[in-house]
Design a protein around this ligand. Structure first.
Ligand code: SF4
Ligand code: SF4
Length: 440
């Protein structure tokens, strides 16, 4: 069935032209890497190295804890200087290992070896994906091997490779599709093999016609469809993407697998290619460093653990009137309180806004205009949820389905009072989940 326009959504200024034409360039190794252990949704891996240990590139430095968890690997060879608490881009202080590179960038045994992937069956591919530490690289950081393990009673008949990249400013997926289309599709073919799926579609918003063309050319002989989607935010959110593409509705509280669909980001597909074909764990990623507050916006291949400060310095530093640094995009990202925060597997962008742009985001009282209700793609009432969250009435927020909020930021974007709703909903969701966990 063909899809269509989902309910709600907004049309923000995309500002992608700031970095879209800049080819991906590899940033030289920083003098110091701060590698966080908590980089996946689920249980944080546990460190297995200590101060003073020598490590090789690709060596496991933290072991997964349970099924919904993946290992963390050393992004280069060097010495563990310390294990301590550092700012994390999610906006909290968390445990990380500081690695001082030795400059040799020497791989651990068994890594970086080209191999014949056709010999791997579905179970072997899933194991490689887990051992390589793969998570959803669109920002959610959900472990990829878990997504690839739907229960038998929920068979998947459609794999969507998500190249929508609807978040304003960000262009890292765009560049990856232009520069590595065949590799992305090879990664997707491994996912399809695991799931036993023949129907694979790549979904890209129509504001990236060159990426659509590049992916179509690479997909020509593979039987993979590449679909251009209307430009409306949040087109790349899983539920909205599935509805737009094939008209299937993922009910509240359900998952894409409940309607036979699995969605993987293009960056994750590329990482799967690297892991399966070359035994390279996830130790680097493309980060779009952009915004009018940065001197040289660009797309940079960055080692995990590189501090935001070092990345920004590499991109020419901040403009004198820079006002805010965001980890991720302006709709779903998190304002950073320290440039000691470092790049994680989920860091798709670093956006630096000017002071005059930040000044627009000062929250005032709700005037009950209803714009947020019309914009919410999850059909929630953000106005009411915001008032509950503000008054710490988290039980009421829970009863009004705050857990269904996908944190897309459409409500905050249209709100004339510039209310900080996404921030409030994140806190309310955490409180509702904490209480539920305590009760169970
Ligand atoms: S309430 Fe949540 S899902 Fe709805 S618009 Fe706001 S952030 Fe998006
Ligand atoms: S858009 Fe803002 S001011 Fe209008 S109802 Fe929603 S929260 Fe209130």
């Amino acid at each position: 069935m063909a899809g269509g326009k989902f309910f709600g959504g907004v049309h923000p200024e995309y500002n992608k032209d700031l970095a879209a034409a800049r080819a991906i360039e590899a940033m030289p190794l920083a003098a110091r890497l701060v590698v966080h252990f908590a980089q996946n949704l689920g249980a944080a891996p546990k460190p297995v190295v200590k101060k003073g240990d020598a490590v090789k590139k690709g060596q496991i430095i933290a072991e997964p804890q349970g099924f919904i968890s993946v290992p963390i690997h050393a992004p280069t060879s060097g010495t563990v200087q310390s294990i301590d608490i550092f700012p994390h881009p999610v906006g909290a202080d968390m445990q990380a290992a500081v690695i001082i590179p030795d400059g040799k960038d020497e791989w651990a045994d068994g890594c970086n070896v080209e191999r014949d992937a056709s010999r791997f069956d579905a179970e072997a591919i899933k194991q490689i994906v887990r051992d390589a530490g793969l998570v959803g690289m669109g920002g959610a950081a959900f472990p990829t091997h878990v997504k690839l393990s739907p229960p038998k009673e929920k068979p998947i008949d459609l794999l969507i490779i998500n190249g929508a990249e609807c978040e304003p400013y960000l262009t890292s997926d765009h560049r990856l599709m232009l520069e590595k289309p065949a590799q992305i599709l090879e990664g997707a073919s491994y996912f399809a093999k695991v799931l036993g799926v023949n129907n694979v579609s790549v979904a890209i918003e129509k504001n990236k016609p060159d990426a659509i063309e590049a992916m179509r050319k690479a997909a020509e002989k593979l039987g993979i469809a590449v679909r251009g989607l209307d430009v409306v935010y949040p087109q790349g959110a899983e539920r909205q993407l599935i509805f737009a593409l094939v008209g299937r509705t993922v009910p509240a509280g359900a998952l894409p697998m409940d309607v036979g669909v699995l969605v993987q980001n293009v960056g994750t597909s590329f990482a799967a290619y690297e892991a399966i074909r070359f035994a390279r764990p996830l130790i680097e990623r493309v980060v779009c460093v952009t915004g009018r507050g940065i001197v040289n916006p660009r797309n940079v291949l960055v080692r995990i653990g590189t501090t935001f400060g070092d990345v920004i310095t590499y991109c020419g530093g901040q403009q004198p009137d820079a006002g805010k640094v965001i980890g991720g995009g302006p709709m779903m990202g998190v304002a950073q309180y320290s440039l000691e925060a470092s790049v994680t597997k989920g860091t798709s962008g670093i956006v630096v806004l000017k002071q005059e742009e930040v000044a627009q985001f000062v929250g005032e009282a709700c005037i009950r205009c209803g714009r947020c209700v019309r914009a919410c793609p999850m059909r929630l009432n953000p106005s009411v949820l915001g008032i509950f969250a503000e008054r710490l009435r988290f039980d009421d927020a829970g009863e009004h389905h705050v857990l269904d909020c996908i944190e897309c930021g459409c409500c905050a974007y249209v709100c004339p009072s510039r209310r900080p709703m996404v921030h409030q909903f994140r806190r309310a969701k955490a409180e509702v989940r904490r209480k539920a966990a305590k009760a169970s």
